[in-house]
Design a binder for this molecule. Structure first.
Ligand code: AMP
Length: 219
């Protein structure tokens, strides 16, 4: 099963993708995680990407496409995957469709988590990420058992630099202008399901699973 999961920053994409990874046994491929790993590893792609990420702008398509293509060519992604936060531009969507068509594959369903800007700002300010394994927590909605430590690996939790309020506003604008058309692109192709992103993570997960079942793509 090949899925795309989109949504504004802070809508809970990462949490949902991890739950789906677990439920369906297909890997989560998050362009944001691949980019952050490149920055951490100080690769040339990482050095260039960082200049955009720090101010909440999109990283140029060529760089992101290079990372995604490399990731999707690995063994574990051959029978399915959940793309998280990719494609974010029409050019990325077209490149993805082209690459999959060459492999006689296709994105079956695109899930777009919908949430208001006010709710997003509220959620993002409390968001914390594990330095070690990337797991996400929230100071109010999903607090770690031990203050500032990851439940899974005991790694230290931190607030992403691009979660600062100004940068979040910029990322919301970019989402509306660049990724809005991507939603329309998939809607025209009859492959889009809009998911209400309000409520607890488990509630959103049930809506996603229901949409997957309705679309009949779970096999
Ligand atoms: P995310 O973790 O998905 O919120 O992404 C964090 C940042 O990484 C974004 O604000 C962008 O700067 C960059 N990024 C992630 N995915 C993409 C993508 N598909 N295209 C361009 N930039 C991206």
């Amino acid at each position: 099963m090949r899925l795309v999961l989109l949504g504004p920053p802070g809508a809970g994409k990462g949490t949902q993708a991890r739950m789906l990874e677990h439920k369906y046994g297909i890997p989560q491929v998050a362009s944001g995680d691949l980019l952050r790993a490149a920055v951490r590893d100080r690769t040339s792609v990482g050095a260039e990407a960082r200049r955009y990420m720090d101010r909440g702008a999109l990283v140029p398509d060529e760089l992101v496409l290079r990372l995604i293509e490399e990731r999707l060519s690995r063994t574990d992604a051959q029978t399915g995957f959940i793309l998280d936060g990719f494609p974010r531009t029409i050019r990325q969507a077209e490149a993805l469709d082209g690459a999959l068509t060459r492999r006689s594959e296709r994105i079956k369903l695109v899930l777009a988590i919908m949430l208001s800007d006010d709710e997003i700002v509220k959620r993002i300010s409390g968001r914390r990420t594990c330095k070690n394994c990337g797991a996400m927590f929230h100071t109010i909605f999903d607090p770690p058992r031990n203050f500032n430590l990851c439940n899974h690996c005991n790694g230290e939790l931190y607030q992403r630099e691009d979660d600062a309020e100004d940068t979040v506003r910029m990322r919301l604008e970019v989402y509306a202008s660049e990724t809005g058309p991507v939603l329309e692109y998939y809607e025209r192709a009859g492959r889009l399901a809009r998911i209400d992103g309000t409520g607890r993570a488990e509630e959103v997960q049930s809506r996603i699973v229901a949409a997957i079942e309705r679309a009949g793509v779970a096999a």
